[in-house]
Design a binder for this molecule. Sequence first.
Ligand code: NDP
Length: 333
Amino acid sequence: MFKALLITKTDEAGYRCALSELDDAQLPASGDVTVQVDWSTLNYKDGLAITGQSPVVRSFPMVPGIDFAGTVTDSAHPRWKAGDRVILNGFGVGETHWGGLAQKARVQGDWLVALPEGLGARDAMAIGTAGYTAMLCVMALQRHWAETCVQPGSGEVLVTGANGGVGSVAIALLAALGHTVVASTGRPQESDYLKSLGAADIIDRSMLGAPGRPLQKERWIGVVDSVGSHTLANACASTRYGGAVAACGLAQGMDLPASVAPFILRGVTLYGIDSVMAPLARREAAWAQLATGLDRRKLAAITHEIGLADAIGAARDILAGQVRGRLVVNVNA
Ligand code: NDP
């Protein structure tokens, strides 16, 4: 038997998520690796799944949790054997396939990445899908800057949704690379926290959150945007000639009320970042860079630990934008 959050949807009881005791025999048959989950996390998408606020979960009953770090206990996959330490992000886990907010998981071996040398399972999940996505955004900007010969420190880099999981990790990563980071936030009272992560300056998100002109004063050499909507449109409109924007999120909205002006008149590049189906080589590169390029003291400052049952209440908080940084879930607490 093992503990897990379980989402059910029935005509009588409606959409529910509860801490449940499950039998190993209930684990999905469509997986070739069984993992003892050591740590999981709560991401924005998990908040949507647990509350049912968006149709993230596609089949019921479902164990939510889009990521986990753990130890292989049983494997029929050629790459993995019992005792291997692994990380999982995405691939529909927690949406169409039972996920990581549980003490056990059974998944496809092809979805797993080895826990990099020097990174513990708790730290990996403190980073979680949000931090790994921040890394994918930063890697897209790094490739762009390498191609366009932009040096760290040669201009400001904007991070939106700064207090969130993606934003907090992006600030720490970019600052460690020597960039001048400007954090956009609706919580200016958290300025000291954002500066401790490496933000050089803080702007109020209201500066970016309303409809703006198609071309604005050129400011950013790069942008990590986890917010979408008007914020993303304004970020593109204020990106410097030849700069780049990495878009990964929709905390403000899924729309993009923008014009083509920044792209055709300033050569701005908009990179779409998807963590869910990212190829293995890119995942491994991202986790390797996270293992060496993220200051562990900053990671500790970003992280709050909760137990499995606490994740249900925390799901509402994350959707309300009330969570600062990352929530790591101790599935054994
Ligand atoms: P969090 O909830 O931790 O952070 C989101 C942050 O966005 C909040 O902390 C807040 O920051 C800001 N925000 C919230 N509401 C609004 C609003 N209405 N307008 C402007 N800003 C707002 O989420 P994550 O960091 O985990 O994820 C961020 C986004 O990235 C989500 O949309 C998520 O779905 C997406 N995502 C996408 C992935 C992909 O593969 N593409 C993977 C992971 C996440 P502040 O208080 O500082 O303003």
